[in-house]
Design a binder for this molecule. Structure first.
Ligand code: ARG
Length: 560
């Protein structure tokens, strides 16, 4: 609000050529408290006003007036604005009180929907850290989208098809032990897959077996189909354990194989529009004009591939949902694939192709290198989660042995730690996997935030806070940094969604918690005067922390 008021007044004073938006985009939030709450740099005006920035600031400052501004001071080419703390504090706390958990919500997504392609692990393989990234980033984006008014459809596009299943079937037929696979499906299947890769280096018959089994699968051979279904069900059961621990669910779980009998229509459509060309016996859509390699649609042996499936799935999704945005939360390494998909759909004259967005993210590295199933170099996510929960449990046992619901709280804290470790990083960067870092309960972690929430709840309890006693008229300059931070929440929500960047929320929450802890350390909240007003601030803080954590997919226990 205050930024708006300032931008409007300034653009008014400066004249038509200087739009509100232009002024708005230049407004800064000073890092140092002594420079006020807002600042406007006058440097870009110097040329056209033929005056020094300092002079311009001197002239403009006395003409800016509003109830929101306590004082306006020119300083070295800047106009620094000090807000009226009482006025703004009261306004902020009132907003928090009237909105409750809706605080920070927006309407710009109303009557629109977003389809999210997320998680998408591959069956018969362990759930990898890359799929964890897709799952938690996708889930946070869905929550943010809903907070901004959109409806969402979360789709888990399971990797349940491809030539690798031929290899797996061949491996199972050669080395498989039904009992062992039943007891321990993912590790056993992975072991066989790794073994196949090693052995096929010097045994070409294995490669042939793999091809044969894939052919059988394609031709609906009952044995092949039964094994494949078994591997799929067993995998999904394992994946669901992880989703349960993470507290994440989907609106639709639909694998790639679903599109097997629907791809012909896509190939026909491409033919009809004369987009297909033959190249070495394969069918491709050339993308020279776009400066990209051709998009492979059908291999020379007639099998369709990943891209054909994704094109078919996208068309199907648009038919089903008429989405306003379709977000594909998938790692960087598939950037070319999604560029090709988007361009091919554009060539088909489908206007919604523009609404497809690849939300890419960096890799989870281990000692600086990529983890790979084939080389057997993966960390099992389920193990990580369980370990996190165990450590949380041990921590509770040590610090608060009398706590009720210990198991539940340990799950909330452990899973929260794993989720937050991912989301606090800008998604585009690689993240070095570190169990230690993930599970430290001090520093920039979920448990730190959860603990701040618990502390706030206990203050509210002790002070006997009730909503009808709430009092927004707090007069306390020590509270000002925290008030400003709470005031900022709606903007951060909007930005985090528009930039598809949950780390904005994560960092915001860390700052808010630090400000709260500082306030708590410097003020005897329960013993000072203005008790109800201070408690109202604490209530506002706890609302924001809980809601922010919820947006990230993390729960806030009431006690821990
Ligand atoms: N299962 C794929 C993989 O692990 C990811 C699928 C992503 N989604 C999609 N529509 N292509 O690489």
């Amino acid at each position: 609000m205050e930024k708006n008021v300032l931008a409007l007044q300034l653009s008014h004073l400066l004249g038509e050529e200087y739009s509100r938006d232009w002024v708005y985009s230049l407004i800064e939030i000073p890092k140092q408290e002594k420079l006020g709450d807002l600042a406007f740099p006058c440097f870009q005006l110097a040329k056209s006003f033929r005056q020094s920035p300092a002079k311009i600031a001197d002239q403009l400052a006395p003409r800016l007036k509003h109830d929101l501004f306590a004082s306006v001071q020119p300083t070295g080419g800047y106009i620094n604005i000090f807000l009226n703390q009482r006025f703004v504090t009261e306004h902020t706390l009132k907003q928090l009180l009237t909105s409750g958990t809706d605080y920070g919500s927006h309407e710009f997504g109303a009557n629109k929907n977003v389809v999210l392609d997320m998680s998408a692990p591959n069956i018969a393989k362990p759930f990898s850290m890359g799929h964890l990234r897709s799952t938690v980033i996708g889930n946070a984006l869905a929550n943010l989208a809903e907070k901004c008014g959109y409806e969402t459809v979360k789709i888990n596009y399971i990797g349940d098809y491809g030539t690798q299943f031929g290899k797996l079937l061949a491996a199972y037929k050669k080395w498989g032990d039904e009992e062992q696979v039943r007891a321990n499906p993912l590790p056993e299947l992975t072991k066989m897959y790794v073994k196949y890769h090693g052995a096929s280096q010097h045994d070409p018959t294995l490669i042939e077996n793999g091809r044969d089994w894939f052919k059988k699968l394609e031709q609906n051979d009952p044995e092949a189909i039964n094994l494949w279904k078994w591997f799929k069900d067993a995998s999904l059961t394992e994946f669901n354990k992880i989703y349960d621990l993470l507290g994440i669910s989907f609106d639709l779980t639909r694998g790639e194989a679903y599109y097997n009998d629907k791809m012909d229509a896509t190939v026909d459509l491409l033919k009809e529009r004369q987009l297909l060309t033959e190249s070495d016996g394969a069918m491709v859509v050339p993308l020279d004009e776009e400066g990209l390699p051709p998009c492979l649609i059908k291999k020379s042996n007639g099998t369709t591939i990943y891209a054909t499936r994704d094109l078919t799935a996208a068309i199907d999704r648009y038919r089903s949902y008429q989405f306003d945005e379709a977000l594909y939360v998938v790692g960087h390494e598939q950037t070319l694939h999604f560029q090709q998909i988007k361009h091919v759909l554009t060539k088909l004259n489908l206007p919604w192709a523009q609404d497809i967005k690849h939300i890419s993210f960096g890799m989870m590295l281990q000692n600086g290198t990529k983890m790979s199933t084939r080389r057997g170099k993966t960390i099992l996510l389920e193990k990580v989660l369980k370990e996190a929960i165990e450590r949380a449990r041990a921590n509770i046992e040590e610090k608060n042995p009398g706590l009720a619901d210990k198991d539940l709280v340990a799950e909330q804290v452990g899973a929260g730690a794993v989720i937050f470790h991912d989301l606090k990083h800008d998604r585009r960067n690689d993240v070095e996997f570190s169990l230690e870092d993930m599970l430290t309960f001090e520093g920039d972690t979920a448990p730190y935030l959860q603990y701040a929430y618990v502390r706030a709840q206990s203050i509210l309890d002790k002070g006997g806070f009730e909503l009808d006693k709430a009092d927004a008229s707090l007069d306390d300059s020590l509270a000002w940094p925290l008030v400003k931070q709470l005031r900022h929440f709606p903007n951060v929500v909007e930005k985090a969604y528009r930039e598809y960047d949950p780390s904005k929320i994560a960092r915001y929450l860390l700052d808010a918690a630090k400000m709260f802890n500082k306030y708590y350390a410097g003020t005897r909240i329960l013993q000072d005067n203005q008790l109800d007003a201070r408690l109202t601030l604490v209530h506002g803080f706890s609302l924001v922390i809980k809601e922010g954590l919820r947006l990230l997919g993390i729960q806030a226990p009431e006690k821990m």
